[in-house]
Design a binder for this molecule. Structure first.
Ligand code: SF4
Length: 394
């Protein structure tokens, strides 16, 4: 497979528009205490002894791809479980990131944390480095549902983590999952109430996906777990939307809810189809119209970078029409902004109506899209059938 391109190209530069030159950086830390049953991320358990080599490789990857420190508006450190690193290693991580990226004034620096892996020392290191947003993976507050997901933390660890986060970080978010096998609408409601009682200004609520190859998928295939009926899952999604709206957490993407101004700016970069840097195991990037993904093989990642080679992985340059189609699909995930016709034309060089006018008109007739002449957005009904709508744009 071709190697991913160096971040710099002949034509693109930091002066290029944000869909060409990245305003955002994603950094991946793959280590976890344990592999959760539903997890399809580039994450591994039992490899903590490789963390220092990994950090060396991460620094080498950045040094190889970037000629100079890059000014970015957002940094997102995800995983895996970044806070699984020891305090000393977290210090190294933020030092490496700070060597290669300069956060713009007012910028957003998020790190993902799992309950039970954050302590005061680690939180202090992150806050001192300039991290200003924490994304906490709660998933559920029901021990039986956490067991189904094969999460290895208890519900009581979430409030403890929030107590560490609240005084140190101005913004934080909780992740929840609904649609867990065996769960009820009542349990979903209690999860929402417990989450809201902690006072987050941002929530990500995902419907469970059975990712092929995961432990949960295998159990489902073997008939050991039974997926929820579609109408139950829909009732949960409706409940999530309405309960969070009542708490002033407005849906702004099909799985994300925030107080106005507390949206994840980093994730908005993805849904705008803007460019982003990506470093680390399995990390994706989109620079100057080229999408590339690093290998997910940790030994190969380490070996290549230690040999002074790029990490390796597939890459693809979409043509202008392909980029426009992708932009339409990603923009539609934004339930408030949707596709904004003038912005879309400026970014892609394509008129939405020339590109997908018939598809838009059909879904408007079916009641799945609304079109006010400028913006095209999913209707409430369209959000429940988003997969069906979005795939017609590519
Ligand atoms: S903590 Fe997150 S990244 Fe790690 S195994 Fe669980 S779901 Fe995957």
């Amino acid at each position: 497979m071709p190697s991913p391109p160096a971040a710099h190209s002949q034509v693109a530069s930091p002066h290029s528009p944000p869909w060409i030159w990245p305003p955002a950086a994603y950094i991946h830390v793959p280590f976890c205490a344990h592999k959760c049953g539903y997890c399809d991320f580039a994450s591994l358990a039992g490899a903590d002894d490789l963390a220092d080599r990994y950090l060396d490789a991460l620094g080498a990857e950045m040094a190889m791809a970037l000629d100079a420190p890059q000014a970015v508006d957002t940094i997102f450190v995800g995983g895996g479980t970044p806070t699984r690193l020891e305090a000393r290693q977290l210090g190294r991580l933020v030092e490496i990131i700070g060597r290669h990226f300069a956060l713009e004034p007012g910028g957003e620096w998020t790190i993902e944390a799992n309950p039970g892996t954050l302590d005061a020392e680690k939180a202090d290191i992150l806050a001192a480095a300039g991290v200003n947003r924490i994304s906490l993976g709660a998933q559920s507050f029901h021990p039986d549902l956490l067991r189904v997901l094969e999460r290895n933390h208890g519900p009581e660890e979430v409030p403890r983590a929030v107590e560490l986060v609240r005084p140190r970080f101005p913004r934080w978010s909780l992740d929840l999952i609904f649609g867990i096998p065996g769960s009820t609408v009542r349990q979903c409601e209690r999860d929402l109430e417990t989450a809201l009682s902690l006072g987050p200004t941002h929530l990500s609520c995902y419907g469970l996906v059975y990712e092929k190859g995961t432990s949960l998928w295998k159990q489902w295939q073997a008939g050991h777990v039974v997926a929820l009926e579609e109408d139950v899952e829909r009732a949960m999604y409706e409940l999530v939307i309405d309960r969070l709206a009542a708490a002033s957490l407005e849906m702004y993407e099909i799985s994300n809810y925030a107080r106005p101004g507390d949206e994840s700016r980093h994730n908005l970069v993805y849904w705008a189809n803007d460019a982003y840097f990506g470093f680390g195991l399995g990390a994706a990037r989109y620079v100057d119209g080229v999408r590339s993904v690093n290998t997910r093989d940790l030994p190969a990642y380490l070996r290549r970078l230690e040999a002074g080679e790029p990490p390796g992985g597939p890459s693809e340059r979409l043509d202008a029409k392909g980029r426009a189609q992708e932009t339409a699909m990603l923009n539609l995930r934004r339930t408030v902004l949707g596709i904004d016709r003038p912005d879309f034309l400026m970014r892609t060089g394509h008129s939405l109506d020339d590109l997908a006018g018939e598809v838009v008109a059909r879904f408007v007739r079916e009641g799945l899209l609304e079109d006010d002449g400028r913006r095209v957005r999913l209707t409430r009904e369209g959000r429940f059938l988003a997969d069906r709508v979005l795939c017609e744009f590519v």
